[in-house]
Design a protein around this ligand. Structure first.
Ligand SMILES: [Zn+2]
Ligand SMILES: [Zn+2]
Length: 345
């Protein structure tokens, strides 16, 4: 059985036909996780058949500069090499390698996630079942609430009675009296409003957040914009005659539990992943590999929070690349400058 606390992964039991192929795929994913979390170390990765486990060793050459420090760990001579098992690093060894404890913890969880994601991608029930015991002892972490919108189509005429506190898809936007309608930076045509959202009047009940709007160029597909609605904004009809995103009023929210993308691979935890589809709050259901980094604020570098996820071919009636997704996210310190990011598979 799989035991990621020990990095034990019985390849032959998981994939009797091509254990070598699975081993190479896992080595590649683990190498990437280790290189990202422990940059600057020269790491040798291996799979020890007898123990059915992956190992990570860092080797350090002993020089005049580190000889004294190295001798506090063991007897060693100039020119020798010291090897460290990175999976089981004690504090002294970590200090010698200049690896901070939180950094080491992030390396361990990134490596665990890399294994889970690689196995989950194969969609093999044998492999998923092998996770069950370990997963049962390691309940999913990172639960957050999210809400799927319940929408009702409305006519353009009905949107003229919307208050700024409404949340809706498509149609008019809230702009300052003199502000031009947002144009696409690539093709200069007017962009379409996909979403108007007032976080205070949603289950987020965020009293400090202004209403937000998301625009997308539906002509060339390149331009997109997230903006905060200023206090003096007025409702303005869309200048476009032909709307791809037809107006829909968000009339309710359906609460769900949401988890980080690759939270669990085991069958019993299939629901413990970031949910697809349009949703308020929660975790982004990211599409690119094992990337689990939060989106950073471009102004202060802080972790931003996800306000909304728009999925391809959903209420916004738009497709980002090949079935991509788009996120409206905001820095807790810069609520007036919402960000927009997207990915496709
Ligand atoms: Zn455009
Ligand atoms: Zn910030």
């Amino acid at each position: 059985m799989i035991d990621l606390d020990q990095m034990v992964v019985p390849l032959e039991a998981l994939e009797p036909e091509s254990p070598q192929e699975l081993r190479d795929e896992l080595l590649e994913a683990l190498r990437e996780a280790a290189a990202q979390r422990l940059p600057g170390l020269s790491i040798e990765l291996d799979y020890v058949e007898a123990e059915q486990r992956f190992t990570f060793y860092a080797f350090v050459k002993i020089t005049e500069a580190n000889l004294e420090h190295a001798r506090t760990l063991c007897e060693v001579e100039l020119g020798e090499e010291l090897g460290f098992d990175l999976w089981w690093l004690n504090t002294e060894a970590a200090s010698f390698l200049r690896v901070e404890p939180p950094q080491w913890a992030r390396f361990r969880s990134a490596a665990e996630r890399a294994v889970r994601a690689t196995i989950a991608r194969r969609r093999d029930h044998r492999a998923l079942a092998a996770f069950e015991r370990w997963a049962a002892e390691h309940p999913p972490e990172g639960r957050r609430p999210a809400w799927h919108p319940e929408v009702e189509p409305v006519s353009l005429a009905q949107t003229t009675t919307f208050e700024v506190s409404a949340s809706y898809y498509g149609g008019p936007a809230w702009l300052e009296p003199d502000a031009p309608w947002p144009a696409c930076p690539a093709c200069a045509r007017p962009m379409e409003l996909l979403l108007h959202l007032d976080p205070f009047h949603t289950p987020l009940a965020d009293a400090d957040a202004p209403p937000y709007e998301l625009f997308q160029c539906t002509e060339c597909g390149e331009g997109r914009l997230a903006r905060a609605v200023p206090g003096d904004a007025e409702l303005r009809p869309s200048p476009l005659d032909d709307l791809h995103c037809r107006p829909k009023h968000i009339v309710g929210w359906r609460a769900v539990d949401d988890y980080p993308s690759f939270g669990r691979a085991a069958a019993q935890h299939e629901a413990a992943v970031a949910r697809r589809g349009d949703k308020l709050g929660g975790w982004p259901a990211r599409l690119q590999g094992t990337r689990d980094e939060p989106f950073a604020c471009p102004e202060c570098g802080a972790e931003t929070t996800i306000v909304y996820q728009l999925d391809s071919d959903s209420h916004a009636e738009h497709t980002w690349g090949d079935g991509g997704r788009l996120w409206l996210h905001v820095c807790p310190r810069h609520r007036e400058h919402p960000q927009v990011s997207w990915e496709c598979s």
